[in-house]
Design a protein around this ligand. Structure first.
Ligand code: VGL
Ligand code: ZN
Length: 210
């Protein structure tokens, strides 16, 4: 007797917001180009999750919140060294809104992250302290999800952090590369790609996409 096993795969769309698109405060080159493909993936997915970077004004990840720091400099934020960013995705601003063409009505779950003033959150699973969970793992487990397809912005920051955490948490994880764009700051794209590969994330070239 043979048993067919199919795993339930959820689509996680990371931070497809105006501030990460051309014209925004922290633009990812060509970031808006992925919207049509992401919409097609949303049409096909069994379970759909959208994340939203969602910072209070004066967030500790902003260069302006530190003395003598500029975007791209590094500093300790919430006990962890990280890159400082321009002011972006401030709660309730148009920059924090999803791209206007994204089919947000399709979403099962909207997950906001980076809301604590003193800690940043790249991953959809944990804040950058690596301890505080977002609750997404519990949601996915409760819904019987075992596999994840992750897409969005920025590939080398929040997409990579989410994918590495997903793989470590035991999800069969693929990143659909044509539906991602990266910032590539000081070699961050190569580093992120290496980290994803080492964690067992499949980097999907999207050959199955029509
Ligand atoms: C992101 C930098 C700062 C991202 C969020 O969504 O990749 N990058 N905040
Ligand atoms: Zn942010």
């Amino acid at each position: 007797m043979t048993t067919a096993t199919t795993i339930t795969e959820a689509l996680v769309v990371i931070d497809l917001q105006n501030d990460f698109c051309p014209g925004g405060a922290l633009p990812v080159p060509d970031g808006d180009a992925i919207v049509p493909l992401v919409n097609r993936l949303l049409d096909r997915a069994a379970i759909r999750i959208l994340t939203q970077d969602w910072h209070p004004a004066g967030h500790a990840s902003f260069a302006t919140s530190h003395v003598d720091k500029r975007p791209g400099d590094r500093a300790i934020v919430g006990g962890v060294e990280q890159t400082l960013w321009p002011v972006h995705c401030v709660q309730g601003t148009s920059g924090a809104s999803f791209h206007a063409d994204l089919h947000t009505d399709r979403a099962d779950l909207l997950l906001r992250k980076g809301s604590r003033p003193d800690v940043d959150s790249y991953s959809a699973f944990f804040e950058n302290d690596r301890i505080t969970p977002s609750g997404l793992d519990g949601y996915l487990r409760a819904r019987g999800v075992r596999g994840l397809a992750i897409v969005g912005l920025a590939l080398d920051v929040c997409v990579a952090a989410s994918a590495v955490d997903a793989a470590r948490l035991g999800y069969t994880t693929r990143v659909v590369l044509p539906a991602c764009r990266g910032i590539d700051l000081n070699g961050s794209l190569a580093a992120a790609t290496g980290a994803m590969r080492s964690a067992g994330v499949l980097l999907d070239a999207g050959d199955a996409l029509s």
